[in-house]
Design a protein around this ligand. Structure first.
Ligand code: KIV
Length: 283
């Protein structure tokens, strides 16, 4: 795959080619995703739940995302790298948004940013795009507003709420967003939004009609035992793979069957002889 660009992502919708996006937070997984031809890598604030042990994305800081984004960008993936702007890192003022989005590109190595929300966020999206920074929008369930939304609940379940989401999507398109995530809405709602805008929609828990799909990598790889949302398909059970390998290692160490000769370094016979022939260390 040659390097992905926001321009090519836009063309994929025109050509009815489905867009593949996954999250990554480190260099080795970023390079695996790139080798697999993943179109976009999102360095999501989901790093908070997935890797940092937080219960939500609220505690994740700009420095956290930049740190992980820089690791992803050092892998030099062909996939487009999107840095997720964390809680309150872009809502205080246009100036704050511009400065922090710039840092995501300059220090994190991102090629675009993702910004949650609509309403007054639309003006911020416009300012960031005007500054030359590509923006991916994010509507439907926006986890940074979880306390206001009353939990991780499906959005846009009524005709009225669907119309509101379609309106928000059109506003984000008019503000210059190059694509948008639609999270946790009924399939019909996502279909209406997708048909109403000319920029690609990337769904998560939004059914099959979006222009592309995104999942949190560690959810689809099966790292977690207790987290089983309806919208995640588990393609592997990496937790069992890790547990089996670690248990085998622990058993080998306890029995003394690891390390074996093939994992150990040897001295030459001459040096070994000298070592054992010595009664005291020579000076
Ligand atoms: O942070 C994240 O990973 C996201 C995706 C779930 C879209 O925002």
């Amino acid at each position: 795959m040659t390097r992905m660009t926001t321009h090519k992502i836009g063309q994929m919708k025109t050509k009815s080619k489905k867009i593949v996006m996954l999250t990554a937070y480190d260099a080795p997984t970023a390079s695996i995703l790139s080798e697999c031809g993943v179109d976009m890598i999102l360095v999501g604030d989901s790093v908070g739940n997935a890797l940092l042990g937080y219960e939500s994305t609220i505690p994740v800081t700009l420095d956290d995302v930049i740190h992980h984004c820089a690791a992803v960008s050092r892998a030099r993936p062909d996939s487009l790298i999107i840095g997720d702007m964390p809680f309150m890192s872009y809502k205080v003022s246009e100036e704050q948004a511009l400065e922090n989005c710039a840092l995501m590109l300059q220090e994190g190595g991102a090629e675009a940013v993702k910004i949650e929300g609509a309403g007054r966020v639309v003006d911020i999206v416009q300012a960031v795009v005007d500054a030359g920074i590509p923006v991916m929008g994010h509507i439907g369930l926006t986890p940074q507003s979880i306390f206001q939304m009353g939990g991780y609940r499906v959005q846009g379940r009524t005709a009225e709420k669907t119309e509101l989401l379609v309106e928000q999507a059109k506003q984000l398109e008019a503000a210059g967003a190059f694509s948008m995530v639609i999270e946790l809405v009924p399939s019909e709602t996502a279909k209406m939004i997708t048909e109403a805008v000319s920029i690609p929609t990337i769904g998560i828990g939004a059914g099959p009609y979006c222009d592309g799909q995104v999942l949190v990598l560690w959810d689809m790889l099966g790292l977690f035992e207790d987290f089983k949302p309806k919208f995640v398909k588990k393609y592997a059970c990496i937790r069992d793979v890790i547990k089996n390998a670690v248990s085998e290692y622990a058993e080998d160490v306890r029995k003394g069957t690891f390390p074996e000769k093939e994992h150990s370094f040897e001295m030459s016979e001459e040096e070994t002889g000298r070592l054992y022939g010595r009664s005291k260390p020579s000076r």
